[in-house]
Design a protein around this ligand. Sequence first.
Ligand code: PLP
Length: 350
Amino acid sequence: MEKRLKPMDAEQLREYGHKMVDFIADYYKTIENFPVLSQVEPGYLRNLLPDSAPNQPDSFQHVLDDIQAKILPGVTHWQSPNYFAYYPSNSSVAGFLGEMLSAGLNIVGFSWITSPAATELEMIVLDWLAKMLKLPEDFLSAGQGGGVIQGTASEAVLVVLLAARDKALRRVGKGALEKLVVYASDQTHSALQKACQIAGIHPENCRLLKANSSTNYALSPELLSETISQDLAIGLIPFFLCATVGTTSSTAVDPLLALGKFAKSNEMWFHVDAAYAGSACICPEFRHYIDGVEEADSFNMNAHKWFLTNFDCSALWVKDRSALVQALSTNPEFLKNKVTNFRLLKQTWL
Ligand code: PLP
């Protein structure tokens, strides 16, 4: 006879939830026994799993056994203390417990009404974090600015690039897209280039200026100034400058103050990508690396890199949230409610 499908009840959640926590706790306890880098060959999993989804339910224990035997060999163990690639041990047990709560409550927070606590907590915590980083008050949600969580730093640079693009086009006219120019050093994360592709910036207008050992691989303000002058002379429109605090390859730090002044005098949006190193600047002894952030229009750091937070969580602050609202919001009937404006007034958020 066929087994009947029945959703789990709260008591089964308790029973299996405890088993799942035990499974994860045992994983952490024995994590050093695994080779850090998965040893499987490409395509290994297809040989181990059936061709189509099972018709019958499986026991919870059987699922865990499958994970142990078939999935864990295909995992690269980012949380292993022996992992030294990219950004090691970027999460924490506290982070994972928070994720568990979030998954259990199944928070959907695309507008204030869909979960008021989600919007309000996001705003409050990003204000806390901004204060810990000693960001200028313009980045706090009490004024025209504020923080918003993005999935990744790549999304953060994309949304601010779109806001900057539309702001520039409102100033110089819609038809000028092909004249807009973006500047950064050649050490900048490739996310910027990808954002330019998505935003329709012409590839030849994406200036990745050479940085070398004479500036410790930081972007040279002199080189930037020369390049901007040349571009202006041929009728191009500089509109976006991206500086990095802690480049991906070598943790180079661009001189924010000098670069920011150039950006301001040329009416450019100035974004600071501190995805990797930003969280370290909470420590008073490292805060000086973001001196000059007062000049920035937007600042981003990844909680999922060095802030013990599960992937993915990237904190973005802007001084003028209306620029994001104008570039990215929509207002369909099904999203309207009597407090929609709370998000628009207090936060953008998309
Ligand atoms: N910017 C910098 C300086 C980085 O180091 C990284 C990631 O390594 C990124 C941006 C991209 O981060 P994400 O994976 O969150 O998009």
